[in-house]
Design a protein around this ligand. Structure first.
Ligand code: A2P
Length: 267
């Protein structure tokens, strides 16, 4: 029998070590990467999981939305480079062939099951908050459940929109969802610090009707619309107030309703 001292427990939060296959830098502060997906890792499109690196003898993990759909063989993530961030200051230097740590259990509320049936699905994102929607716009069930899918992405500058433009193009070119995305997916971008066809915070564009005028579509209606929101804490706070003022009710896995929110994690 092993002596007690011989028994070294594995780090509790870790189940997988995965090899990085691709890294792409978008701006000085934004990058995306893809790693191999362990065969046993299951998740629903839109969920997040813990990922990270070893930090000396200990794992350093942060929550990241999974940016690839549940059917994909690879796992993709989109990240900000937090100045002096304990994880991202190292993670931003990963290269193909390096190893990353993947946490135990994907989870989250930005999932189709947390919403009751509706006709239009609004995916409202700012900054890296577009990541879970990169997963959902390549999920066939999204298009089975909704007649229209409207992805909004608001950033400070045009360079920060590029990732979102690429994932929308990828969805439309995808063998599995390309036809449905071509027919049902609309992508609306706005900028707050550079000139752009649609300028301003998404909260203001909803309040003043500019978003709906731009779409040529009716304003939010809780009877037919469902809304998912992902961005900074401030964005979530303000968007939640707007949704609730219009009669939307926050849903959860256990109690689906008409809108759901999730913080865009960074660290
Ligand atoms: P702004 O430039 O006016 O701050 P960040 O890069 O800081 O994460 O921001 C992403 C986008 O979210 C920016 O366009 C930013 O606009 C916008 N934003 C920041 N705070 C809010 C808020 N409370 N409500 C709506 N949009 C916001």
């Amino acid at each position: 029998m092993a002596d007690q001292a011989d028994f070294i427990a594995p780090p509790p939060a870790i189940v997988h070590v995965a090899r990085v296959t691709e890294v792409r830098h978008y701006t000085d502060a934004l990058f995306a990467f893809t790693c191999e997906r362990p065969a046993s890792l299951r998740f629903r499109s839109g969920e997040f999981m813990m990922i990270g690196l070893m930090n000396g003898p200990k794992p350093l993990l942060r929550a990241y939305s999974i940016a690839s759909p549940a059917w994909d063989e690879a796992l993709s993530f989109y990240s900000i480079k937090v100045p002096n961030g304990p994880l991202t200051s190292r993670l931003q230097h990963i290269q193909p062939g390096d190893e990353v740590l993947l946490g135990k259990k994907p989870t989250g509320t930005l999932v189709l099951d947390a919403l009751t049936p509706g006709k239009r699905l609004f995916l409202v994102s700012t900054g890296t908050g577009v990541a879970p929607f990169a997963s959902l716009i390549r999920e066939p069930e999204t298009y089975e459940r909704y007649e229209e899918v409207i992805l909004t992405h608001t950033c400070r500058t045009a360079a920060e929109l590029v990732y979102g433009e690429e994932i929308v193009a990828a969805a439309k070119a995808c063998d599995l969802v390309g036809e449905a995305a071509g027919a049902k997916l609309r992508h609306v971008t706005s900028l707050t610090r550079e000139s752009h066809p649609l300028e301003g915070r998404i909260t203001n564009l909803i309040e003043n009707g500019a978003l709906f005028a731009h779409l040529g579509a009716p304003a939010f209606d809780p009877a037919s619309d469902r809304v998912m929101i992902c961005g900074s804490s401030a964005v979530l706070h303000d968007m939640k107030a707007i949704a609730e003022a219009r009669g939307f009710v926050e849903g959860a896995n256990s109690e689906p309703a008409s809108f759901v929110i999730e913080r865009a994690f960074a660290g």
